[in-house]
Write a protein that binds this ligand. Structure first.
Ligand code: GLC
Ligand code: MG
Length: 631
């Protein structure tokens, strides 16, 4: 039994209860896949412009085959002004010239398939770029026109419409509304953007919007993609009437048991992409239109990011509305019409609790949803055990596999995150002047965390470079930062650039092998040279070889579709996560993670298969090491 927050929870095996629908194919590829995320700007640059591109990806896909992953997910490569790293799409059917051409995309898909890799692309349905032709048409049209119906335009409040229509804030900081100038030259309506002002939210009540996205799905399915990662999947439908919201509004949640005041002494608001702590009177870097707003209107006292945690009864009107589900039911039908093997949908839905997230992966909707509870869990055994148990039970209750993830392009890499105090909220970017992560501790824990993650039943997501043990860059000069969070929060939040720095492939060479020239769109920190692929490949004990062996063993022992049984003999050991992963054909593998200071003994007769670090001389598991052993 493991203790979480003073409450004793008994892990169950509910995850493997009979699936609710006979239609479920338990052997489907995506249920146990290892999926590698490429952030295309930063993986491999073929033409030396300092920006990664699709020919760069294609040329290096062999590396992923050798790593042993099943699939690759690419962050957006579509036509985009790049106001938010491509999550601001101007043409959903074309490739941005930075990344290549449609022919390059076809070549990338063909090469991946030749190597046995599935390809998942990003779909951004909550908002487009303000440079999307539909939005420029909306600006040119009159209030109330069909063109404006595709987005969320409203008249302002105040005497003369000079105040935003409601009090919603942008996840990146500042108001979620920008006022437009009407075609006649007068100040006019406001449009909603939950993210940057260059990312206007679509109106999902519009049948045109719905039809357009089904057509976009078909466009990419026809080109052969194996699935979609759905950006901000919990945001498409807003509560009718767009009511004010006086509570927490951040996109990325945070552990509820941590106290904001004591953990945030410097006024930095590190909970993720949240809008707290800014003074809108001073904030106007991107031309954000704040009308006649008194700067005092939005000070710390009524900062909507300071409030009680959300509950199922009190959901923010912009997130997780029940109406999103009928959209995904429609999409499921579109994907199913392409037959076998399954084409998949994975939800990016920052939704709490896990039962709400499970609604996105009911048999008639998506296949997977990212497990952000796992990503956000501190490196503490009782919490981890509880999250694992809860995740499996919640996904299992609808017949879905759980997923697991530790890093992505929106969070501080886990090799850095786990090198920080685990009693503080995780930061949204780390700068030169902040407390620096303990590199050695972070890497040791990151390896242990990954070894734990890859033993869990379900699908696992890896983020480019984590297989090298890459840390975040913590010494980016502010003038190179590109995350809109940094600008919109006026530097109160450093944002996500630190985890997006280009990959080191070789120790020598311009841009550490990222491309043929020294150019990199963000500077690589000095520490990246020794992490380069060519320094780790074939080197025993390297993080890259650890990942390769874990992925191979996971396949051999069928861990991805095994079932989890908690090892009760470890229940009294507070700082240990210990379970067996069992599969009728793969055998039984004990997984023991020691997060405490006292060495932990393996089960009697266990034969070690892999470990994130060396065992003690007497064969016990030392601090911050995870071991897999045959039992
Ligand atoms: C998702 C993406 C993030 C992006 C945001 C707005 O959270 O992962 O990178 O900024 O959506 O599209
Ligand atoms: Mg390039």
């Amino acid at each position: 039994m493991h203790h979480a927050g003073g409450v004793t929870s008994t892990p169950t095996s509910a995850a493997f209860a009979a699936p609710p629908s006979a239609r479920i194919d338990l052997s489907a590829w995506w249920r146990h896949a290892v999926i590698y995320q490429i952030y295309p700007r930063s993986w491999a640059d073929s033409d030396g412009d300092g920006i990664g591109d699709l020919p760069g990806v294609t040329a290096r896909l062999g590396y992923l085959r050798d790593l042993g992953v099943d699939a690759v997910w690419l962050s957006p490569f579509y036509t985009s002004p790049q106001a938010d790293g491509g999550y601001d799409v101007a043409d959903y059917r074309d490739i941005d010239p930075l990344f290549g051409t449609r022919a390059d995309a076809d070549a990338m898909l063909a090469r991946a398939h030749e190597l046995g890799l599935k390809v998942i692309v990003d779909l951004v349905p909550n908002h487009s770029s303000d440079e999307h032709p539909w939005f420029t048409a909306a600006l040119a049209a009159q209030p109330g026109s069909p063109e404006r119906e595709r987005y969320i335009f409203r008249d302002g409040t105040g005497v003369d419409g000079e105040l935003p229509p409601n009090n919603w804030k942008s996840i990146f900081g500042g108001w979620a509304w920008t006022r437009v100038t009407e075609p006649g030259g007068t100040p006019g309506q406001w449009y909603l953007h939950l993210f940057d002002r260059k990312q206007p939210d679509f109106n999902w009540q519009s049948p045109e919007v719905r039809a357009e996205f089904e057509s976009v799905l078909r466009f990419w399915l026809d080109r052969g993609v194996d699935g979609f990662r759905v950006d901000v999947a919990h945001g498409l439908v807003k509560e009718a009437g767009l009511p004010d919201w006086g509570e927490e509004q951040e996109l990325l949640g945070h552990p509820e048991d941590l106290d904001r005041e004591t953990l945030n002494p410097g006024g930095l608001n590190p909970g993720g992409l949240n809008p707290g702590g800014l003074n809108p009177g001073e904030l106007n870097p991107g031309g954000l239109n704040l009308g006649e707003l008194d700067p005092g209107d939005l000070d710390a006292e009524d900062d909507p990011s300071v409030g009680s945690p959300r509950t199922a009864e009190k959901r923010p009107p912009m997130w997780d509305q029940d109406g999103v589900h009928e959209i995904y039911e429609q999409w499921r039908k579109v994907l199913d019409s392409y037959g076998k093997p399954d084409r998949i949908l994975c939800a990016e839905a920052w939704v709490e609790p896990a039962e709400r997230a499970a609604r996105y992966v009911r048999p008639t909707e998506m296949n997977q949803a990212f497990n952000f509870d796992f990503l956000q869990c501190p490196w503490k055994a009782p919490q981890l055990s509880t999250v694992i148990d809860h995740s499996l039970a919640a996904a299992g209750s609808v017949g879905a596999p759980s997923t697991w993830v530790l890093s992505n392009h929106d969070v501080v890499r886990h090799a850095s995150r786990l090198g920080l105090s685990q009693d503080k909220r995780r930061p949204n970017g780390i700068g030169k002047d902040d407390v620096q992560p303990d590199r050695e501790l972070g890497l040791r824990r990151a390896r242990a965390a990954t070894t734990l993650m890859l033993a869990l039943p379900g699908a696992a997501y890896l983020y480019q470079g984590e297989e090298l043990g890459l840390p975040d860059s913590t010494d980016l000069p502010n003038d190179v930062r590109q995350d809109p969070t940094f600008l919109r929060s006026k530097g109160a939040e450093l944002g996500r650039d630190g985890c997006r720095v280009p990959m080191p492939w070789t120790k020598q060479g311009p841009s550490l092998g990222f491309g043929p020239s020294p150019a990199t769109w963000l500077p690589q920190p000095a520490s990246y040279a020794d992490c380069a692929v060519d320094q780790q490949v074939g080197k025993q004990g390297s993080t890259l070889e650890l990942y390769r062996s874990l992925i191979a063993l996971r396949r051999e022992h069928r861990l991805g579709d095994g079932s989890l049984r908690w090892l009760e003999e470890y229940a009294v050991q507070q700082d240990v996560v210990a379970f067996a992963n069992e599969h009728p054909e793969g055998g039984s593998v004990a997984v023991v993670a020691n997060l405490g200071s006292i060495p932990v003994t393996l089960p009697a007769g266990a034969v070690v298969l892999a470990g994130s670090g060396a065992l003690d001389g007497d064969g016990s598991v030392p601090t911050d090491v995870t071991v897999w052993a045959r039992i």
